[in-house]
Write a protein that binds this ligand. Structure first.
Ligand code: HEC
Length: 215
């Protein structure tokens, strides 16, 4: 083998390497995927929101109350949305925890109160009760509401969907909370009318259903 032949062989090897590098660069340019903006998995939900609601759904402004929406929320729709929750939560009574605690009766339940479940320190420190408002804030973005929580769920940015899910969660209880009378200091008249004290003298409204309208 003379020097000329060795040169030819080395030339061929070098040429092949250059070709591989060139293909690699070209393929990289064509097929590279943009890095996700947020680390972790987003759980994709089909959004069926009417177009005109778009503006209102992006991060509910402070002061926008879930109560008004709860009055018209659909627990049936909520049940469908809550399928994503069931990846990590049992919703039936007595089924116990999965990745997250059992959510049967969660509305009105003290936060982080399932004795057998190992909550994160962050959620244990939150305190309070799962009122409609608290759930609304939590489900908008759990990790913003309680930094350090173990619930790695991106959240439901659509307030209508949150209302539907919360209305559905409220049905998963022996004693569902009344949706309108909750947390409504702004509407004292409505709240007072909605819940007369138990044990009050027989209310005239008790017979309203069967009495014909007085002329
Ligand atoms: C990826 C798993 C996952 C998904 C999906 C998920 N959760 Fe959770 N959830 C958790 C975990 C884990 C915790 C406990 C958090 C902690 O200890 O910080 C939790 C806690 C909660 C709590 C607090 C319960 C308590 O006893 O204080 C509520 C309420 C809740 N989730 C509601 C929901 C709802 C509603 C959905 C669906 C819209 C949902 N979660 C989806 C994992 C999940």
């Amino acid at each position: 083998m003379n020097a000329f032949e060795i040169n030819k062989i080395l030339g061929a090897v070098l040429g092949t390497c250059l070709l591989i590098v060139a293909v690699h660069i070209a393929a990289g340019a064509i097929f590279t995927q943009p890095a996700p903006a947020k680390a972790g998995y987003e759980i994709a939900l089909k959004e069926e929101q009417p177009a005109q609601k778009q503006g209102a759904t992006a991060a509910a402004p402070a002061g926008q109350s879930i109560d008004a929406l709860l009055a018209t929320a659909s627990p049936e729709q909520g049940a469908k949305i809550a399928k994503v929750c069931q990846t990590c939560h049992n919703l039936q009574e007595g089924k116990g925890a999965k990745v997250g605690p059992d959510l049967y009766g969660v509305v009105g339940r003290p936060v982080a109160s399932v004795a057998s479940f190992k909550y994160s320190a962050a959620l244990k420190a939150k305190g309070g009760t799962w009122t409609f408002d608290a759930l609304d804030k939590w489900l908008t973005n759990p990790r913003a509401d309680v930094p350090g929580t173990a619930m790695t769920f991106a959240g439901l940015s659509n307030i209508k969907q949150r209302a539907d899910v919360i209305a559905y969660l409220d049905t998963l209880s022996a004693k569902p909370l009344p949706t309108a009378a909750q947390s409504a200091p702004a509407k004292p008249a409505a709240a007072a009318a909605a819940s007369p004290p138990a044990g009050a003298s027989p209310a005239p409204s008790g017979t309203a259903g069967s009495t014909p309208k007085p002329q």
